[in-house]
Design a protein around this ligand. Sequence first.
Ligand code: FE2
Length: 411
Amino acid sequence: MNILNARLRGRSGLHRIELDGARIAAITAQQAPAEACDGDIDAASNLVVPPFIEPHIHLDATLTAGEPAWNMSGTLFEGIERWGERKALVTHEDTKARAKKTIDMLVEHGIQHVRTHVDVTDPTLSALKSMLEVREETRHLIDLQIVAFPQEGIESFKDGRALMAEAIAMGADVVGGIPHFENTRDQGVSSIRFLMDLAERTGCLVDVHCDETDDPQSRFLEVLAEEARVRDMGQRVTASHTTAMGSYDNAYCSKLFRLLKISGINFVSCPTESIHLQGRFDTYPKRRGLTRVAEIDRAGMNVCFGQDSIVDPWYPLGNGNILRILEAGLHICHMLGYEDLQRCLDLITDNSARTLNLGERYGLEAGRPANLLILSAPDDYEMLRTQGHALLSIRNGKVLMRRTPAQIERY
Ligand code: FE2
C-alpha cells in the first residue's frame, strides 16, 4: 500500500509513503502531485503524522459520571466522594466494558498509544486485573501502558508498598505515586524513594501524580527529579500534573528549573482537568492551576498534554479527542504565539512519544511500524484553527478508522 500526496511536518513539498506489510518501507519526495492507482491512498496534500498519543488517562474510572450521583459542586473532593459510591458498584466486566468503550473513542480520534493509571489501592487489585486483560484484548487497536497508581497513597494506605510491588509483578508497565496525598511530608518523600527503588529494580518506567494541588508548599517535584538525577533515570521518569508549580514563586522556580533540566525528566499536563479542578480555594484573583507548560518547553524540557478523565466523577466532559485538549491547553498556557502554532502538534505526538519511551516504535521513518494518520489540514496551524480531525488511521499497515468530514450545503 502507498500513501500519495502527503505533507510531512518539517519537510516541504509532497511525499509518497510506501508501506510493506506492518512496516514503513520508504518515504520519497514527489516532484508533482500523483494519481492514485488501485490500493493507493491519496492524502490530498494533507498532513500525515504518526498516531496521536494519550499519555495520561484513568481508564478504570471513565464513563461513570452521574452513577449513582452527579458531582454537583464540580470539586475534586466531591469527585472523590462520588467515586467512593461508584467504586462499590464496580465489577470486573464493568471496568473492562467501560475501558474498551473509551478506547474506541480514543481510536476514533487517531490515538494508538495510551498510558492509563489504574488504582491499585485495593487489596483485590481488581481494576488492574481487568486492565491487564484489556491490554491484551485491544492490542490490534492501541499500545497500552498500565501505571500502578496508588490513588490513596503508598505509605498512607494499608499494605500500600506490597500492593505496588504485587501490581508490578502482575504486569503493570509503569510505577506510579501520589506523594502530595500521603499523610505527611516525610511519607511523601519516602513514597518517592520506594517507588524509584521499585522501578530501578524491575526496569519499569515511572509516572508520578506529583504536586496536583495549588499549595505552593507542595514540593515533591524536587524530590522526584533529584532521585531521577542521582539514579540517572530521568528519561524514564514522568512528573504528571505538577500544578503546584503554577503557584511556586519565581525565585524558587528558577532554582528548581536547574535541577529539572539536569534530571532530564518528562512532564505531562492535563489542562482541561486542571483548569476545572484547581483554583477552587481562590476567590479573585483566581489561579489557573496549571503547571508552567510554556516555561518547561522554552527551557528545552519535554512536556505533553493528556486528557486525564472522560466523563467521570472529576470531569464530566470529554469525547476522546486529544485535539480538544491541545486547543484548550494552548489557550490556557499562553501558547498561541506564531512559533507555538507552527509546531503545536508536538504536544500530542513527538513529545508524548518521548514521555512514553516509544523510541523506534514511533515516527514516520523507513523501517518503523506502519502506524500513521492522515489529517484534515496541511499543517499544524490549520489543524488547530479549523478544529480538524484525523481522517484516516492506519495501524500495522491496515486501515483502522476512516472519518468522513461533515458536508455543508449553502443556499
Ligand atoms: Fe491523573
